[in-house]
Design a protein around this ligand. Structure first.
Ligand SMILES: [Zn+2]
Length: 272
């Protein structure tokens, strides 16, 4: 339901402005990719009549673009090779710069980005002004993992920095990632999109409703009811549910009455 909420908000926001709505599957973390998960997402969107424009973009098929971006950062002298073990870094939230002098490629290392004293702040359309001094909150962060995979932050910065992407609407659980992605876009001379981070649905323990915490999947046979609930959670105050006989009618109302300022300005919402 949390993912459907984000998809619905993103869809309505794009459609109400008459701009295309794109679908990208972030499957760069291949070892963690659950087989069939992407197909489940695609089926859920289709069953809720949330139709996207153009082809589906798959991060796992754009590795060459991400490697090119990494080469740009390396050529600019911004990356280094980190040998620190998981054990050495246990309990550390801000990378202490241990390996900053390691500028020559070595086997079995991660590649980190040297973070300057900068604050890639931004104004979120829902959450308001965000500030984050990266050198105080995360420090030099990983752009290529020890297992050879491009890190999520870099892949997403390259994709969202594409000139065709004007706006990103996603869950507030990703809000902490945004400054790292904006920082990468700055270094790569990419055009940053605007952001709207909608509240994340959480269970009674405050955990995100997701497969990770064994939340029940959305029941696609109740698509209309799910969309109605999503509109309510997004603060859109739709008229009585009985007025709508289909997903199309609900989405049509949602597009015509979309009011982003009505979305609760919180990071977490308790699931109903
Ligand atoms: Zn290190």
């Amino acid at each position: 339901m949390g993912s459907l909420l984000a998809a619905t908000a993103s869809f309505l926001d794009a459609r109400s402005q008459g701009i295309p709505w794109r679908l990208r599957i972030d499957d760069i973390d291949t070892p963690r990719t659950v087989p069939g998960a992407a197909n489940d997402i695609i089926r859920t969107l289709a069953d809720h009549e949330l139709h996207w424009d153009g082809p589906v973009a798959w991060q796992s098929r754009h590795a060459a673009d991400y490697e090119a971006a990494l080469n740009t950062l390396t050529a600019a002298g911004r990356t280094f090779y980190c040998r620190c073990s998981r054990r050495q870094l246990r309990g550390i939230t801000v990378y202490p710069g241990t390996c900053r002098q390691q500028r020559n490629p070595a086997p079995d290392t991660a590649i980190r980005l040297e973070v300057a004293d900068a604050d890639p702040g931004f104004v979120d359309r829902i959450q308001g002004r965000q500030q984050n001094r990266l050198n105080e909150t995360v420090g030099d962060f990983i752009v290529k993992r020890r297992d050879g995979l491009i890190a999520y932050q870099l892949a997403t910065a390259v994709d969202d920095g594409n000139v065709e992407i004007a706006q990103v609407v996603r869950g507030a659980d990703l809000l902490d990632n945004t400054p790292r992605q904006l920082y990468l876009m700055q270094l790569l001379n990419l055009e940053a999109p605007s952001y709207a981070h909608i509240p994340t649905l959480v269970n009674a323990a405050g955990q995100k409703l997701s497969k990770q915490y064994h939340a029940a999947p959305v029941d696609n046979t109740n698509a209309r009811e799910n969309l109605y609930l999503a509109l309510c959670l997004l603060g859109q105050d739709p008229p009585a549910e009985s007025r709508f006989s289909s997903c199309e009618e609900l989405l049509g109302w949602g597009i015509g009455n979309w009011f982003i300022d009505a979305i609760p300005r919180v990071k977490k919402l308790p699931a109903p």
